[in-house]
Ligand binder design. Sequence first.
Ligand code: HEM
Length: 529
Amino acid sequence: DSDIRTQIFWSCSKHSKMLNILPTWIDCIVLMIVFSWLKLLQQRKSPNYPPGPKGYPLIGNMLEMMVSEMWEVARKWRSSYGEFIYLKSLNQTVFVINSYEIAVELLEKRSLNYSDRPSTITLSELQQWDWAFTMKPYGEEWRRLRAPLQKFFDPANLAQLDNVLEYEAEKLLHNLIRSPGDYEMHVRTAVASFIMTTIYGHEVTTSDDPSVNLAKEGVEQVSLALRPGEYLVDILPWLKYVPKWFPGAGFQVIAERAAKLSHDTRRLPFIEARDKIISGKSTSSSLTEQEIERCQKVGGLLSEEDEDRISSMSGVGYLAGGDTSFAAIMSLLLAMIAFPEVQKRAQAEIDEVVGTDRLPKLSDRMQLPYCMAMCKEVNRWNPVIPFGLAHLSKRDDTYNGYFIPAKSIMLPNQWAMLHDPEEYPEPSIFRPERFLPGIGERVQRDPAKVAFGFGRRICPGRFMAENTVFIMAVQILAVFDICKALNDKGEVIEPEVKFTHDGVARYPLPFECAIKPRSREAIELLREE
Ligand code: HEM
């Protein structure tokens, strides 16, 4: 074709000067078409992704994603790459969202596209946590499992749990009087007991109750398995076929133990509750009981399918609810010794509003604005899940001209959003006053809008978690002073404000503190056990 075209041009150009320019025009058009086509090809090869660290050939940013405190590293990337950052780990595209506005735009306003969850071979196939709806893709099954839990912990239903929560808080106070040095264990037991009572109707009376450790170990396993690069099998899937006796296949041994843990977490508390309910020995109105009764009303006997569904739904609440609230209360205790003036102001408010002849209750909340602000500040100062729980995109999308392919991992950097000095000046300072602005001052965003996640996947236990932290905080402060501990020489031990830096949840590292009754009258506030 091009030969013929060239011949025509040559012959034409012999006859007309005018026609001499023809080849130039046509060539220009051809060149333009070729260029546009090449550009399109190039765009297809490398779409317009947002900026991000360069990474290495083949592995991309895999190494950068395996660092400790990834949320802080990603927060610092803000100055080089901005709020929306592109990473690639092998062939997986990952987007870090450093700003609240982008998280709302993508994960909430476009939540139909961003409500799936990524999973790994270790988590779903080897350790068999795939029964947990936290890991299920957005869809009918996820909705069916989440709906009863969400309804049970909805604010409209929550008041009926106030008594249980106040009872557990008071039990905690008794334990703190008995052995204040074991405060960490007492807080863990109190939170576990509340969760176990509301979900299964099982009250925890001692810290060696198996249900306390079962959930803790479960969360530790899941947390480890979610850490990028922890298990090579998630990078080289064929490794899953390697038998556990093969040298170097330690991950299979861990997986076997974790699979048992996963099975026990889901089944053991459920079976105990089910048997008690069916034999008529249950006296509670737990979530599990309500669901079993609902099935019995409809179909008489509890089918295997019903059991699977209820045990999955309850098991998720049990796993997700305990450690998170525990971490928040431990952060509050640490803040009380690191920022003693906050403690003084909260105690003054409790004394003034509640008085000194009864313990504070959940119904006092609206009259205790400083204490409420203090609990908000806990969610901000140490967001328990700093890098959020990853969402996964379903279809291709664009944001601000940037391309987001289907099946991209979206990481809402909740830490960066809650430690943004533009929104929260001096973010490392624990300052409840930020949420009680004076006249003409700006109200800073409620951290709950970030700390509990986004969109359709938002934490269904958030209202209960807020109530748990509030009641345990105000009851402890009504009765005790949280003081800096003294060493053997009687010198004050300055608290180290340090937190764990790996895993999904962020806990304060063990710290020394002295928990002392404020007065004899304060102790007398406690009812006889
Ligand atoms: C201070 C305490 C807590 C914090 C900071 C917290 C935070 C979170 C966050 C950030 C998510 C991920 C949301 C997202 O994907 O965008 C989440 C999910 C979840 N939380 Fe919580 N949570 C807390 C307490 C609880 C409690 C007490 C329960 C249950 C009773 C609970 C049950 C869940 C469940 C089931 C999910 C998974 C939701 C889904 O995938 O659909 N959480 N939580």
